[in-house]
Design a protein around this ligand. Structure first.
Ligand code: NAD
Length: 483
């Protein structure tokens, strides 16, 4: 049996009250490790310590803080192959994606290392004679970071890096499906020149330790990425303590393919957007809104492309689509396939459990044709390697269909028309919009977030993150007469 990996409680690696097994979704006979689960007392202890550590950290010099973030980022980037392999082994995304995620996580830290030195305020003259005003940002205090399994290292990093850069303590509760990547990142952070207890790792179930964390009056801010129902519960808990909250949740992203599009490009974008990460991306292209003049040609190429994609073990060469993350998720996906057929959609390919040499949660990428936007498969997030084609008769109908959703994270258009691209960019009701690019795949130095049920609270990433991780102080100064 492997050793159990511990939590980082009040600055010490500590055994919890129970443990969970972490198994490889590409091959469930591969036991990755055992991971402890925090107790309520341990959560309290780490919150006590975090408050003290945060005051110390806020007092560190700027360059000292900057060096900490830079070192974390550099280590993640230099170990991207090793940690990417671990990530792919426990999450199931192909190795290239796992490696890329860890490298990107490193870039979040190096970006916010630089931002540590760029914390500029504002100044102004008062309307009162002889009075000056100084506006600057201060840390909020202790931040709870709650992250999902689908981007276990990157999502956590785009929250932890700005939280630390802006002077806060962090208590991180990762998803229980991906604890190994969490421990690896926590070990890197723990080795830095930071006050004991500034950063905590509290692995545990969402319903237990997650819920206690968001209900704690000692948390000053909660940054959450996950599903809509859990997000709504967190918001309800947070408001009891007037804790500030930022949430990135579900989506139903659409890629509009116009009759003037480069069709091969459109098919490549659709396949990558729909099936990258096994479709388990909040930015996945789950609705393909296609102009009727190119519909049949597009559908034919799309189905052929989906059928040609290689599903396999995440760590094997040539794998384009890894397994679904868990057996439960796979069952839900297959329920959606049945539902789509019941609703009258035509399953043109895939959408089935696959038997492979390894015992994993494999599923073939599925394409639904002849779907309507009011079908449940086009309303609810499936988080699966499934996509739906919706035929439309005009650009206007395409835009209306893209916007006809309660979500609003990303959207994209494939067109050679500047007029359509410009109009779409300005009228798509999503937080991210792309032109001749996939709906998935964003940068780290600019804001990220959505509208509607996709997001709540200030934007993440880039300089926009300062809005959430700091609080503004306005100082009035009367210096008096120098004489
Ligand atoms: P989830 O909502 O089930 O869990 C997310 C995290 O919340 C986990 O760490 C979980 O343990 C924790 N949690 C669960 N119940 C809790 C509670 N009562 N209190 C506190 N914490 C609790 O989501 P998931 O299945 O891990 O991830 C998939 C979801 O994440 C999808 O809906 C996807 O769209 C969303 N997601 C969104 C974005 C985005 O940026 N919009 C990015 C990635 C994933």
């Amino acid at each position: 049996m492997p050793d159990t990996k511990f939590n980082l409680i009040a600055g010490s690696w500590t055994a919890g009250v129970s443990e969970i097994e972490n198994r490889n979704p590409s091959d469930i006979t591969d036991l990755i490790g055992l991971f402890t689960q925090a107790s309520a007392d341990q959560l309290e202890a780490t919150l006590d310590r975090a408050r003290i550590a945060q005051a110390d950290w806020a007092g560190y010099g700027l360059e000292r803080k900057q060096a900490v973030l830079m070192a974390i980022g550099a280590e993640l980037m230099s170990r991207a192959e090793e940690l990417g392999t671990l990530l792919s082994r426990e999450e199931g995304k192909p190795l290239a994606e796992g490696r890329g995620e860890v490298y990107r996580a490193g870039q979040f830290f190096t970006y916010y290392a630089a931002e540590t030195l760029r914390q500029l305020g504002e100044n102004a003259d008062s309307v009162r004679a002889g009075v000056e005003i100084d506006v600057r940002r201060e840390p909020v205090g202790t931040v709870a970071v709650i992250s999902p399994w689908n981007f276990p290292t990157a999502t956590a990093s785009w929250k932890i890096a700005p939280a630390l850069a802006y002077g806060n303590a962090v208590v991180w509760k990762p998803a229980n499906l991906t604890p190994a990547s969490a421990v690896a990142l926590a070990e890197i952070i723990d080795r830095q020149d930071i006050p004991k207890g500034l950063f905590s790792l509290v692995m545990g179930s969402g319903a237990d330790i997650g819920q206690r964390l968001v209900e704690s009056p000692r948390i000053d801010a909660i940054s959450f990425t996950g599903s809509v129902p859990v997000g709504k519960g967190i918001a309800a808990a947070a408001i009891q303590n007037l804790t500030r909250v930022q949430m990135e949740m579900g989506s139903k992203n659409a890629l509009a393919v116009m009759d003037d599009a480069d069709l091969d490009l459109a098919v490549t974008l659709a396949l990558g957007g729909a099936f990258g990460g096994t479709g388990q991306k909040c930015t996945a292209s789950s609705r393909l809104v296609v102009h009727d003049r190119v519909h049949d040609a597009f559908a034919e190429k799309l189905v052929a492309g989906a059928q040609a994609m290689k599903v396999g073990h995440a760590l094997e060469d040539g794998t384009q689509i890894g397994p679904v993350v868990s057996d439960r998720q796979l069952s839900e996906n297959l329920d959606y396939v049945r539902l789509g057929k019941t609703e009258g959609a035509e399953l043109a390919c895939g959408g089935a459990r696959l038997a492979m040499p390894h015992d994993g949660h494999y599923m073939s990428p599925g394409v639904f044709l002849n779907t309507r936007n009011d079908m449940t498969i086009n309303r609810e997030e499936m988080f699966a390697p499934l996509t739906s084609v919706i035929k439309v008769g005009s650009y206007d109908e395409a835009l209306a269909t893209v916007n006809d959703t309660r979500f609003g994270l990303t959207s994209g258009i494939v067109t050679r028309s500047l007029a359509r691209a410009t109009h779409f960019r300005r009228n798509a009701r999503t937080g991210v919009v792309t032109v001749n690019l996939p709906t998935a795949g964003t940068d780290y130095h600019v804001p990220f977030g959505g509208r509607g049920d996709s997001s709540y609270g200030p934007r993440e990433q880039g300089r926009a993150a300062a809005e959430f991780y700091t609080t503004v102080k306005t100082a009035y100064i009367s210096a008096g007469n120098p004489a």
